[in-house]
Design a binder for this molecule. Sequence first.
Ligand code: SF4
Length: 519
Amino acid sequence: MEKKASFKPYTQHQLLLLPIDLDTLIPGNHMVRVVDRAIEGMNTKPLFDRYPGGGTSAYNPVMMLKVVVYAYADKIYSSRKIAKATRENINFMWLTGNVQLDFMTINRFRSERLKGIIDDIFTEVVDLLLREEYIKFENYFLDGTKIEANANKYSWVWGKSTARYKENLKKKVLEHLTAINIIEQEETDEYGNTDLPEMGNKPINSESIREAAVKIDEKLSENPTDRGLKKAKKAIEKDYLPRMEKYEKQQEILEQRRSYSKTDTDATFMRMKEDHMRNGQLKPGYNVQMGTENQFVTGFSIHQRPGDTSCMKPHLEQLKELRDRLPENIVADAGYGSEENYEFLESERVEHFVKYNTFHKEKSKKWQKDATRVQNWYYVEERDEYICGYGRYLGFLYEKKQKSDNGYESLTRVYECEDCSDCPLRDQCVKGKKPDADRRIYINRRLNELKEIAKTNLDSEKGLEMRSKRPVEVESAFGDIKGNFGVRRFLLRGMEKVKIEWGLYSVGHNMRKMAAAKA
Ligand code: SF4
């Protein structure tokens, strides 16, 4: 006998006898409830303070914060998609109390109301993690990653090029103004009969070009047919002044940076880890520094410098300011092992487990037997000389000072070998290009002392434990945000907004982890 297919009843337009209580549709341990509870327990005064009063009534900031945080925890970052979710997604409808938001309201809240208070919100989340014993703020695993800015890849301004163009323009202006006697006239007015400074030292900037334009106008009023003056006036108005103003503006934006993007002037061009074209192309981006404990994000900061080394101190200073203290143990990879960082960690009296670049190599037999390594040489203290692997002396040459990006000054002593010409180790030992050069070594004594402390810490029992935890800590948090939640590029532009964005990603990550722990 033939079997008949059976179907469940389907009545699309049936009427409900009772109104739906959305609360009954949301499971007790759902992430939306975690976000709701977390934000209800927060001190939201800084957020309310962002509303100056007057004008039409605003949506409740607590509700807005819940919506935005839940959206980020649920991988919805676009304001239009968040707005859509408040119309269609029961979790969002439950959070808003069935209020439908438009994308402009969400955008304004995220970019303007959260400005300057993302640190407060993030601190509240870390406080909650401490209260609920997810973390102890004891260990801090620090690492950095570069995230592409929302900016055009080909919109660069290079500091070196700007400086070169500006110098060329200065020369051109100087020559032109000297040719029509404008410079001399100015100098006579300023210095009278005294000796004039070198022509090349005369400051040529937008201000002096404007002054020159006034002088030309005065001369033209006396001699309106002078073609040379007319030509100079046109050149100043159409070319020299606008260009000089442009270069000055660019240098103002650059500050200490080597580059910036025209579409997001806070973004700096840097080499990204993800290089799909494999051409080492620099892209506009930000350096995100982040610290974790038990894979929860407990601190973050945004930097414009590509290198991690110089970011550690400002990052930890910010962390200390927000939390009134630093964690007891700080763990980081070799990218942070600099004299400045070790000195800072020592001065803060925190236990640190920060590698330096040769930490692993030094342990190899090859390294320990290498006669060209300074570490295997003998130092004669009373004569301040080194004896190399071939038995030759390296005497002191000079001392040089170097400043880090943060202004930290370190001292390096340079020594040179008496004669390397006939040494059989020469090829491995002397790296310079000059054929007759002798080996030079660069010794930073303070750094060597600090490295010894770092080595003792890293090789201790606790050091081994911290080192084994490091890869599953901060790297997995970055992996979750970048890999699982697809954050490869910032959506917002400018340092402040990028900070808000990463703050929301971090809060979202923490909420997901809390929800997973409660599930
Ligand atoms: S190259 Fe010079 S410094 Fe190096 S081992 Fe030979 S003699 Fe010594």
